[in-house]
Design a protein around this ligand. Sequence first.
Ligand SMILES: Cc1ncc(COP(=O)(O)O)c(C=O)c1O
Length: 374
Amino acid sequence: MHKDDFHLADGCYLLSHSVGRALKSSQQHFTEHYFAPWQSSNKEPWQHWLAALEQFTNALSVLFNAPSEQFCPQVNLSSGLTKLLMAHPKLQQKNCKVLMAQSDFPSMGFAMQKALPSCAEIIFIPEHETLTDINVWQRYLTHDIDLVFISHVYSNTGVQAPVHDIVALSKVTNSLSIIDVAQSAGVIPLDITALNADFMIGSSVKWLCGGPGAAYLWVNPQQISNCEPKDVGWFSHQTPFEFDINHFAYNSSALKFWGGTPSVAPYIIAAHSIGYFAQLGVEKVREHNLAMLAVIHQQLAEFVVSPSASEQCSGTVILDFKQQQAQVLTALSDANISVDARALGIRVSPHIYNSEADIHEFISVVKQALKGAE
Ligand SMILES: Cc1ncc(COP(=O)(O)O)c(C=O)c1O
């Protein structure tokens, strides 16, 4: 049923961990809210565009259960992370110590290395450690850690971190916490108010099907007044239209992280698709995703290298076909089934628009390729 709502080409698309498919209704929504106000009158379109931008934070508010003023649009996660690190006094201390994982998305590590003071220490939990295990986090998250960076989901391993337990631990160690939801938003439900992390960064490009350029930053209300962003502009100002070059006052909401004249187009597209998933319910997407993953786990059990328990697995299953990997990839490509491969194996991500028939087709092509390779 939901398949009809999305643009799907022939074949089978299992790459939602990379780019989610566009909604069929997105193009018309974009024309109406981006081009129409710009083309159809002599009035400047900003009033309409600013209202459309508000739709973006309103949609995030429903999706993550937090007031919309706690969200700020960002271009991508790296930029949002850089702004955060430079804004918080605790993270600009000379000897600041940060904990993250070797399996985090590399761009997050790059931003850390450049935005923290040069003598800051970044500790990486090594790849061999089990990131689903809170005891592992407990060993590394000690009282001297100023910030813990947690990927809700690790993009290459199909692992989901126990975010609730880690955030609870960070309160005991008095460490700040940042959650990266790039790979979980839209497939794994998250109530950010209940989680009570300090910050969250995410995007709309993957399971939320909202395209690139529409990332976001969430700031816990208890942290807002502690943050003094350095990368500012008139849209970070409490009264952007004051136009007094000698007076700048931070916006009292998360919009203090905004900056200069914002881009509009990506947020109009993303607001529409986030609204779609907020209304559908991420629980429903996850239920479907888990049902499809269960079929793969059952049929291709010996090749699965990602966790299988629902609270430990991401929306993506990782399959390692070892020496037969190349044959499997060729067979999938010939059958027009879209997946990709990383160091641990092939990544397969069933979304709400993938039917059970798609998954059976995928399994059948894999099994035939394995037989042929014998
Ligand atoms: C876990 C995770 N974080 C971050 C990103 C992307 O960060 P950015 O928006 O800065 O490109 C990705 C992209 O795949 C990701 O998987």
